[in-house]
Design a protein around this ligand. Sequence first.
Ligand code: HEM
Length: 369
Amino acid sequence: MKNNIPPVYYGDYLQLDKILGAQQLQSQKYATAAHDETLFIIVHQVYELWFKQILHELNSIISVFSHERVDDRDLTTVVHRLRRITQIQQIMNDQISVMETMTPQEFLAFRDYLVPASGFQSIQFKQLEISLGLKREYRIDFDQESFYTRLTAADRQYLTDLESKASLFELVDKWLARMPLLEIDGFSFWSLYKQVTDDYLADDEKTIAENSTLTAEQRKKELEALRQTQEKFDALLNTDKYQSLLDQGQFRLSQKAMLSALFIKQYSQEPIFNLPFQLITLLTEVDEKMTIWRHRHAMMVHRMLGGKIGTGGSAGHQYLHRTTQANRVFVDFFDMATFLLPKHLLPKLPDNVTRYLEFHLYQAAKQPV
Ligand code: HEM
């Protein structure tokens, strides 16, 4: 440690004069200070700081996936940082209950002074959504419009530019699609998989047909649901059918990426898939925690505003509840459970394939840093 460095003072290092001097009550400008406005401001500021930290991690992850080849060592860092993001998200979700200690009437004491400011204008939140993969075409109508009409020209331009860059979703899709997992050394996993799933679904059909506790109507419904599952299974291995379901919005991952992810999930116990499996699991968790945040926030808004509209002009909680369903990014990683087989039914990987996977692991460990 160098000893000619001037001593650091806690408050200066953290620039606390700026942070602690940044709670200016709107209510105080026009009437008496509303006690709860301090809480309202601080909770929002804490969120914005957490958004900043998440974006810091996310941008570094995006930069790793922007390379044509992703090294296993970088993947370790990615997994580590994604785990940090999910821990922060957990705090963000729990933090809603602090805001909820404010009653609707306490909120009304200063709410009208905030119009037309709104969470819609949280540029960092929009940045987070876009960088993860929630681009304009995937948003619900009102949300698309809110982008243009409620922001300054500079913020609008900034987010529009960001939309033209590759999101984490797009980069992970490409990375998965590049994996050579579909045909290894003459072993076609997918034809075996198709055979096993056909048998599996035929068993299910027999079980439904022979179930004497079902009425004719119930049996018809269950068989129809099974037929739809069968159709999705078929689409997995049929490029045209898959494309048609992708166009209808039933899949978002490309077919190759979907098959790679499925293979990784099916054989997650293979050492070489450990990091990719953790990555998929963590991206699933990021999406889930984001959706929980949307839901918790919408519930809080319902409790705080009832049927009133938001300061940003939306239908309030009704609009926010719709975003919990629609504004998802990694939803394929959830839906994929449809296609998973129990481990005991999985086609056993032949020795040469297992050796191939081990070989890659061994090679990766031996590569120079
Ligand atoms: C009393 C507490 C709160 C109320 C009543 C409230 C209300 C609302 C409403 C009604 C909207 C929809 C847009 C509009 O019409 O204004 C909204 C959006 C939003 N709020 Fe809040 N909010 C509260 C607290 C928070 C907190 C603590 C955060 C943390 C940053 C937050 C972040 C957001 C974000 C990011 C959006 C945009 C969501 C999206 O576009 O999907 N809000 N809020």
